[in-house]
Design a protein around this ligand. Structure first.
Ligand code: SAM
Length: 196
């Protein structure tokens, strides 16, 4: 097979097929802290992977739609959800084509994924007025870390890039953090309410 013809789905299916089957996966602590004060509502996770954050949200009482391109990853996520008593609506879709429910979600979250072209429009359409975005992904500082497996700088954010990708959202907080195991940007933003 020509390597250049491998799609995102094939690449990620192969990665997940080679993975061990987890029975427990902890949610991201930053997600837990940011979501704690919010009332439960409808949530959308984009590029959810094995679904650790969606499963946690569902267990808190959120009604969750979770999208990923890898059906194999989603089948592991679904097993994990059922082992942990969580109901999540898993959606196998490529974000290059995905069309979200419009103005529906109180919360959209993205972890460890970057698509500068499609994600801003998907997120802005999906959030209801007053809805909130939580977005964490790697910065260029992550490329230089000795323990990092990241090699492609296209997937790393430059300084202050994330808020600039969302000019129609109101920034609540933004930080670039060098954590013990990764360097990331963390962005919390809100779609302005209709009367703002
Ligand atoms: C680095 S993993 C992160 C997964 C999860 N968000 C996490 O933090 O563990 C990136 C995820 O993006 C998904 N992905 C890659 N390209 C995609 C696309 N075009 N559409 C939807 N999902 C995609 C992969 O299947 C993979 O699960």
């Amino acid at each position: 097979m020509n390597v250049l013809s491998i799609t995102d789905r094939e690449r990620w299916d192969a990665k997940y097929a080679a993975r061990f089957r987890p029975t427990q996966l902890a949610p991201d602590e930053w997600l837990m802290a940011e979501v704690a004060p919010l009332p439960c509502g409808r949530a959308l996770e984009l590029a959810c992977g094995l679904g650790h954050n969606s499963i946690w949200l569902a267990r808190q009482g959120w009604k969750v739609d979770a999208v990923d391109v890898s059906p194999i990853g989603l089948s592991l996520a679904a097993e994990l959800a059922s082992a942990n008593g969580a109901a999540v609506n898993w959606i196998a879709a490529d974000l290059d084509q995905f069309v979200p429910h419009i103005e529906t979600y109180d919360l959209v979250c993205v972890f460890r994924f970057l698509d500068r072209v499609r994600l801003p429009a998907i997120i802005e359409q999906a959030l209801r007025p007053g809805g909130r975005l939580l977005y964490e992904t790697f910065t260029t500082a992550n490329l230089a870390r000795p323990e990092s497996h990241m090699t492609n700088s296209d997937f790393a954010l430059t300084a202050n890039e994330l808020p600039r990708l969302f000019p129609n959202l109101r920034t609540i907080s933004y930080a670039e953090c060098d954590l013990a195991d990764r360097s990331v940007a963390r962005f919390v933003a809100e779609r302005p309410a209709l009367d703002d």
